[in-house]
Design a protein around this ligand. Sequence first.
Ligand SMILES: [Zn+2]
Length: 386
Amino acid sequence: MHVTSCPVCLGANIINILDIPQVPVHCNLLWRDQEAARNAPRADIQLSFCASCGHLFNQKFEPNRTAYGESYENTLDFSPRFSDYSATLARYLVDQYDLNEKEIMEIGSGQGDFLRLICKLGHNHGIGFDPSYVPQGNAREGPEFIREFYGERHRSYSADFIIARHVLEHLDSPREFLSLIRSAIGDRKHARVYVEVPNILYTLRDLGIWDLIFEHPSYFNATSIRYLFEFCGFEILAVKERFKNQFLGVEARPATATEHAPKVDDDSLAMLRDYVEHFARHHVEKIESWHRKFDSLGRKVVVWGAGSKGVTFLNTFSDVAAIEYAIDINPRKAGMFIAGTGQEIVPPKFLQGYRPETIIVMNTNYMAEINQMVQDLDLAPDFLLA
Ligand SMILES: [Zn+2]
């Protein structure tokens, strides 16, 4: 399998940046068995840069390898830091777009927390689409959930506001998806859209090399996502860096023009190219410097964060025996095992008995809440930021 044209602009002027062979196909599938976790399926990443629109993507992505069923778990809502972020975003969208007694549709709604919040804040009616949704107790109250991928057959559902957070980067054809949303909106020009994706510029700038995962065929930046939206018949209202620059939030409405020929700003392209070259140069160096760090660390090292970043980090250093556990505050992950390397995922309170010497924190945004939890457990380990 080889993607030969850019998934955003369809251009063929593609530059290979780096290869990361044999990573776990899924970082967020839960494994109940350690041996099965170690034998989790693997696939290749070939990170590539489109010189025409500035998009980054995995040229070796294979769409039929990924699956998002009930055992797919990527909820971040157990973190107070992330809940605060979601609540602030929900409040902003309700105020900015007067979402009161409106129809809200969320695609990729997960377990529905964000949709419930938006519906509650503005007495809105919600409908969520997600195959990984697990039905909960009082289903008669609140939004309705459809346990399917949003597709052609759902275009009759209409909404005043359409949300898709952390969906686009998982799709092999984000163009098809966004075009479908645009065509489902039709001539309802009052409809507004909010889409959120990881911000690859953050990854490039801050050398967040653990953000590259097989589940993400696409890595958007403000330039490439703007191109995509304009191409698919939307007018951009805002593209904002959110969650301390780790995400991009796109606010858009249907465009009035019928011709959609997006233009790419040359300065932005040149800047992206510089960042990409910087990233490629420092990728290997960062891994080597961690190997040196591990040599000087003692025993009892744990990784805090068993999401994408943690799984990628652990798989990069699969030969480091000192890391026996991964910590995660999501209770659904407790007792499960890390794909590829098989460390057990344990809740924070486990550390009280284990008493780690070093905690490697995967995401700087959670540093304050992790520090607090560790103090509450009466521990004083060294912290390292991945
Ligand atoms: Zn492109």
